[in-house]
Design a protein. Structure first.
Length: 150
């Protein structure tokens, strides 16, 4: 299998550690946030399974190199995503975090849980994708401009 992607060794290690952590905590996250068997729980279980599959597949097709390269082809938990609001032209940066991580706002970067409408809409999307976010404040449309994993 030809290696398709290249990442810095440190980013590759962080990504591998991240996948191990997500796999280990998958059941606990689902049980803690969706204790009842509902459609929402089933949808999130499916999203988590797809997430684990896609991150694992990416790692299998990535070569760690001596570099500072930390861009990713799709949004994962822990990645910083730069988006542009289609309607208003504003630019935002979001960091998609696991549901058990604290959320903060600093330096124009907003942490959003992967359980939130924004987090769910962004997860596994690629640069150039347009996402629709149905949030309490209305419906928003964002173009994904860049994705990095620090």
């Amino acid at each position: 299998m030809d290696t398709k992607y290249k990442l810095s060794k440190s980013t590759y290690k962080k990504l591998t550690d991240h996948l191990i952590e997500v796999k280990a905590n998958r059941g606990k996250i689902i049980d803690d946030f969706f204790p009842e068997v509902t459609k929402e729980r089933h949808d999130f279980e499916s999203l988590m399974d797809l997430y684990i599959y896609e991150v694992n597949r990416f790692i299998q097709n990535t070569e760690p190199i001596e570099s500072r390269e930390n861009s990713l082809p799709f949004v994962i938990m822990g990645s910083e995503v730069k988006v542009s609001d289609i309607k208003h032209g504003n630019t935002f940066k979001f960091t998609v975090v696991a549901p058990f991580q604290s959320q903060r706002e600093s330096q124009n970067i907003f942490d959003v849980s992967c359980l939130s409408p924004v987090g769910r809409a962004l997860l596994l999307k690629k640069v150039g994708n347009t996402v629709e976010v149905e949030a309490p404040g209305g419906v928003f449309h964002y173009d994904i401009k860049s994705i990095s994993f620090s």
